[in-house]
Design a protein around this ligand. Sequence first.
Ligand code: UFG
Length: 327
Amino acid sequence: MNILVTGAAGYIGSIVVQELIKERHSVVALDNLKHGHREAVSPEAPFIQAEIGGAERLGQVFKDNKLEAVAHLAAEVQVEESMSAPEKYFRTNLICGMNLLDTMLRYNVNKLVFSSTAAVYGNPDSIPIEESHPTMPINPYGESKLMFEKVLDWYGYAYGLKFISLRYFNAAGASDRLGEDHDPETHLIPNVLKVALGQCQHVVVFGTDHPTSDGTCIRDYIHVSDIARAHILALKHLERSQANKAYNLGNGRGYSVFEVIETARKVTGISIPVVNRPRRPGDPPVLVASSELAKSELGWEPEYRELETIIDSAWRWQKEHTHGYRE
Ligand code: UFG
């Protein structure tokens, strides 16, 4: 298939591009390079620097390329920032996303894999979380992704759009060539590894009074290559059926912030000092996925099951790229 990947220079998007190319798909890679890195985009994919919200330019991209499907990953993704700047999240994740949808339909492209999130669930009342669990986001980031999911439902009904939303839990780890490089870095595992590299003095732990066994938040870490492979399976699924639903992507096992830090100490062999601080706004205490639906319907099976191997892959990449893509 000829696939447009938005957010193609981002952490997950660049690895989706890499996997699609491995599977012999043709890829057009699009990114505004606000957060992404040009160096992260596989050289086999033609690269276009553009905004998903720019109607004219985006229309030209569809006109110039015989696209058959879109993997839409371009987004604003920081939970905490979304609490103080919600407009940025609704504008990019919802309004600009709708421009992409309208452009797709104008050029008769009706297959979409959408990068959604566990943040749509809010504070879950049962663990592991199934897709049928009520969605009640507690931050504008999750809300914007959920609103876009709802737009997809109605576009499916009204215009025959075929889509799959992949609700990622906590993406982590690295491929051989590509890894996580955000500025500022807000995610736990890269921040822990920066301390191991000696680039920061300590890890700040946000909240030790959550209702969990050790008081820190519990998350389900899933390897970024496993997430990328799910996109390929989702695209295959879209070719054979009118899917139009959401699938969770996680390992089904939760680790607390302290457990992540302890595992990182084991992987790196370095003592990693911590400083405890108050809770970060918008953080749900526990998010752990049931991914049974993705397994039974998409045929997805995560290869990286252990937190240790996930952190090990991130550590290898971070040691090789001590300043991310800037070297
Ligand atoms: N944390 C720290 N110190 C840090 C960074 C994070 O204590 O330096 C804590 C956070 O407070 C949270 C946990 O570690 O409790 C995980 O935080 P991340 O920032 O790594 O990830 P989030 O769970 O906040 O968010 C990630 C993605 C979202 C997605 C969510 C789904 O960034 O896009 O996972 O689970 F919605």
